[in-house]
Design a protein around this ligand. Structure first.
Ligand code: ADP
Ligand code: ASP
Ligand code: MG
Length: 449
């Protein structure tokens, strides 16, 4: 295991010159931090996604491009010696202009990845120069030379063996000499095409890179001092959790806690790398340690919210006392590469939710061809505008009485689907998007405050 530490800074942490300077101070404070993974400056990926989705109106496109230029210009203007960095950033802005025009004619997932990757490519040029101006021996590294993925644009799958080999070959020696600044979120496939790991993917990148270089620790610096009992923007009385296990934190991330990309903890767990989550605005205020073994395992740990859910209900009288129906349904879904998340069944129907979407965002869609094939077998209802609320905890399926407390609190809500029992760590249910936040507030008051 290498002695060095990997630090990841999210979008708000590198939003402007002051924020980037705070990151630099955090890096300076720990001489073991040799590898820094940065997101794009706050707001930049959203602008790029809009352009990538295809903006045909020339005026709007110009407006978005101007916003992108302004965000970066403002930081560049505060550097002492910006000339070289500005030239690099402007070259990327030119690329964005051409790609945005191409996307306005014909958008594609491949083009989207090429375009949205530009945010991280720009922020890392600036962060590197800012660190150099503070006297740190920083070098910028293009992570596409290491972070090998498949070609599933928008939600590319990392190729772990290749990443590990390339990281040992190219990154480790560099980190022994310098502080290396690199991009989160992006990678490249075997042909050298740029790919992305899905929105919020920088956390996952940082963990994959930490795994690749066999790092001793991973720090995720964000805008809140740790993982809270729920999103503090939803329940202001949510409190930070000082220590949490990999499995609980993974469940939280999987069930939508935006603080961590859902896959972040997989590499950390594989290599037993402790993860710290803290606020780059208040680095001395502590945060959350995520470890394999923790001191306490409370029944209720946290609440998570995942919006933009799509529920499919398949209904067939033929399912009654028949076998092979579910196998046929899953064969069709697999054929059309539809990934299923949650599932509940009754005698004559089955409800399921579709898995996450990629970088372009939005609710996951059931492809028309899959729908048509399913309709030969059963009736198909698709519902959207749903949210998934998950209660995360420990030994929930072997404890009595808490279901009454949870469902009693939610007696006024129409729960569309309930999943419980498969994991000892969660109880989750779907409800209308418009009431999901108030349901979380209510549950938080009842179970955590
Ligand atoms: P970054 O840009 O640093 O990756 P994100 O916006 O992706 O930051 O994630 C941080 C945000 O996650 C917080 O501002 C908070 O609103 C949200 N969040 C959701 N669930 C939680 C939670 N359980 N604890 C803390 N923050 C949470
Ligand atoms: N910049 C990317 C996003 O906004 C990745 C990240 O910040 O994690 O989704
Ligand atoms: Mg994030």
């Amino acid at each position: 295991m290498s002695a060095f530490n990997v630090a990841k800074f999210g979008g708000t942490s590198v939003a402007n010159f002051e924020a980037m300077s705070r990151c630099a101070a955090i890096i300076e404070a720990n001489p073991n931090t040799k590898l820094v993974v940065s997101s794009a400056c706050s707001g930049v990926t959203n602008l790029l996604v809009e352009l990538a989705n295809g903006v045909s109106e020339q005026e709007r496109r110009a407006e978005l491009l101007q916003k992108l230029a302004n965000i970066h210009d403002t930081i560049l203007s505060q550097l002492k010696d910006a000339a070289e960095t500005a030239a690099e950033v402007y070259t990327i802005l030119d690329t964005i202009t051409s790609l945005a025009e191409a996307a306005s004619i014909q958008a594609s997932t491949k083009l989207t990845d090429h375009l949205v990757a530009c945010g991280e490519l720009m922020s890392t040029h600036i962060l590197t120069q800012l660190m150099r101006e503070r006297g740190i021996d920083a070098v910028r590294f293009d992570i596409r030379d290491v972070l090998r993925t498949d070609s599933d644009y928008g939600q590319a799958e990392p190729q772990l063996e290749a990443i590990s080999q390339l990281a040992q070959e190219k990154l480790v020696p560099l980190c022994q000499q310098h502080v290396v600044i690199t991009q989160g979120f992006i990678g490249s496939d075997e042909e050298g095409n740029t790919t992305t790991l899905g929105r919020g993917g920088s956390d996952y990148s940082a963990a994959l890179i930490a795994e690749g270089v066999k790092s001793s620790g991973l720090e995720i610096w964000t805008d809140v001092p740790g993982i809270y009992t729920t999103d503090p923007r939803i329940a202001p009385k949510a409190t930070p959790i000082p220590e949490i296990s990999f499995s609980e934190a993974s469940e939280m991330a999987n069930f939508g806690a935006k603080i961590l990309h859902p896959s972040t903890l997989l590499p950390a767990l594989r290599h037993d790398i402790p993860v710290f989550v803290g606020s780059s605005k208040e680095p001395d205020n502590g945060g959350t340690w995520i470890r394999r073994k923790v001191e306490s395992s409370p029944l209720f740990r946290a609440l998570a919210l995942r919006t933009n859910q799509t529920m499919i209900t398949l209904h067939s009288a033929k399912m009654f006392q028949a076998y092979g129906f579910l196998a046929k349904v899953f064969e069709i879904l697999a054929k059309h590469k539809v990934s299923v998340d949650l599932i509940t069944t009754s005698e004559i129907s089955v409800s399921l939710t579709l898995d996450k979407t990629g970088t372009a965002g939005g609710a996951p869609q059931l492809p028309q061809a899959a729908r048509e094939e399913l309709e030969e077998l059963c009736t198909v209802d698709v519902e959207q505008n749903l949210s998934l609320v998950a209660l995360i905890g420990n030994n929930m399926s072997s404890n009595r009485g808490h279901a009454k407390q949870v469902f009693g609190t939610l007696e006024d809500y129409n729960l569309r689907m309930i999943c419980f029992g498969a994991s000892p760590h969660n109880l989750c249910f779907l409800l209308e998007e418009s009431v999901a936040k108030t349901a979380i507030e209510k549950l938080h008051r009842e179970l955590f405050e």
